[in-house]
Design a binder for this molecule. Structure first.
Ligand code: AMP
Ligand code: MG
Length: 411
């Protein structure tokens, strides 16, 4: 029966598709020094201006030879040395060899390098254990890694710690990247207290900003923290006004569930165009999305697990699109055998917090226990989501479930 069990709930993929359809990527690009560009999205293709390596060189410390000169117990006098950075520049007579170091250019005519462990140096020259030397052995040819003109990274890739040295090897010192989207965020609720303050009766610590900020940054955006805003119409209104002037996206937590904080809805109706959705996702059913005059708006539910799950599942693809990160991919599903039962009723897609392990190449998964949307331990203990499909009911031990390993944003 699936979503028919819960009429009116919007499937997650429909919500993501609606949001993506209205988002246009930030277009401003800026040149950045390569070392400062990590985490930014490329605004240009990176094509290699050179061959890497730029010349054929030795993969070993050894001797450059011409294979035709080799013979059983034949000594080849050493005609000179090729160092990395100081190539052999002399003439290379027939029936001699050239001492060569790793990374040094191979002399013209050389068709193999023999590692020094396979050479015996005598007064007459180097004698090689010369059985079966294959042409080009231990030679890294010019362009072995990259050819001039190769597309190394496309526009829309987000630069990682693996990409930066790759680009450096091409001699490129600056790259054009998109500016990071700016995301202003605040928590709403009269019950919330900042860390460092004692809790009075009925109060709790505001943990959502501590869940949301690292995600914004790990998604490749700039986070602007506007603090805790009480459930007060005037303060909410002025904070929304301030937030949208500062940011491309405003993210709030709390106050989007049914019956709560009607003035949030009122204010948003005055200053924007917001849909309050009920999504077929658990945790995280109440979610709001729309536009303010100068910014997009995402309203997350207040429960801490719901806030983080909806940031991850719903807001992450939106911010990726805004950032121009066209290479972004949603986490993949992997089938795993369940080692615990998972309680589930059909109607919503459940992102249950779980722990996977791999034994003999097979994935196994078990629940982290208490799956209350207020129980953040379930997130903290998890290393994956067990994604239980909308139509699915209880999962028994031994059943197959699809898991999604956390992407780096949750590390
Ligand atoms: P709400 O969405 O405002 O109805 O809040 C739902 C639940 O999440 C309530 O128990 C709130 O106290 C709690 N909550 C809301 N905001 C936060 C926050 N920033 N940190 C921790 N818990 C919160
Ligand atoms: Mg609230």
């Amino acid at each position: 029966m699936g979503c028919c069990d819960a009429p009116g709930l919007m499937p997650i993929n429909d919500a993501i598709a609606k949001m993506l359809a209205s988002i246009k990527p930030v277009q401003t690009d800026l040149p950045l020094p390569l070392l400062d560009a990590i985490g930014y999205v490329l605004a240009e293709d990176i094509n290699s201006p050179i061959f890497v390596p730029p010349f054929a060189n030795s993969a070993m410390d050894g001797f450059a030879v011409r294979i035709e000169d080799l013979g059983q117990n034949k000594a080849l006098p050493v005609a000179g040395t090729s160092y990395a950075g100081q190539p052999f520049s002399g003439t290379w007579p027939k029936n001699t060899c050239v001492r060569i170091m790793t990374g040094a250019p191979v002399p013209k005519g050389c068709d193999a390098v023999i590692m020094q462990e396979k050479a015996q140096v005598t007064d007459q020259g180097a004698i090689f254990e010369a059985s079966n030397i294959q042409p080009q052995s231990n030679i890294r040819p010019k362009g072995d890694d990259i050819k001039q003109g190769d597309l190394v990274l496309p526009k829309g890739a987000r630069l990682t710690a693996r990409d930066i040295p790759m680009i450096a090897s091409l001699g490129i010192s600056h790259v054009n990247v998109f500016r990071k989207p700016r995301v202003a965020f605040f928590s709403t609720g009269d019950e919330l207290v900042s860390l460092g303050e004692p809790l009075q009766s009925g109060q709790i610590y505001d943990s959502n900003r501590y869940g949301i900020k690292p995600l914004i940054e790990n998604f490749g955006c700039e986070a602007i923290d506007l603090g805790i805003i009480p459930d007060s119409p005037s303060e909410l209104k002025s904070t929304f006004e301030k937030a949208q002037a500062l940011a491309d996206v405003v993210v709030t937590s709390g106050g989007v569930s049914v019956g709560e904080a009607d003035y949030t809805k009122q204010i948003l109706a005055e200053i924007g165009n917001i849909d309050f959705w009920k999504l077929a996702i658990k945790p995280g059913k109440p979610f709001a999305f729309g536009s303010l005059t100068n910014a997009w708006f995402c309203g997350l539910p207040g429960n801490p697990v719901s806030a983080v799950v909806t940031m991850y599942v719903l807001v992450q693809p939106l911010l990726a699109k805004l950032a121009g990160h066209s290479q972004w991919k949603a986490p993949e599903s992997i089938p795993a055998e369940s080692r615990s039962a998972f309680r589930k009723v059909p109607g919503r897609t459940d992102y249950q917090r779980a722990i996977y392990s791999i034994e003999n190449g097979q994935f196994f998964v078990e629940s982290t226990g208490n799956q209350s949307s207020g129980a953040f331990r379930s997130m903290s203990l998890a290393n994956c989501f067990a994604v239980l499909e909308q139509d699915r009911g209880h999962v028994e031990i031994g059943d197959t479930v699809n898991i999604q390993l956390f992407n780096p944003s949750l590390y």
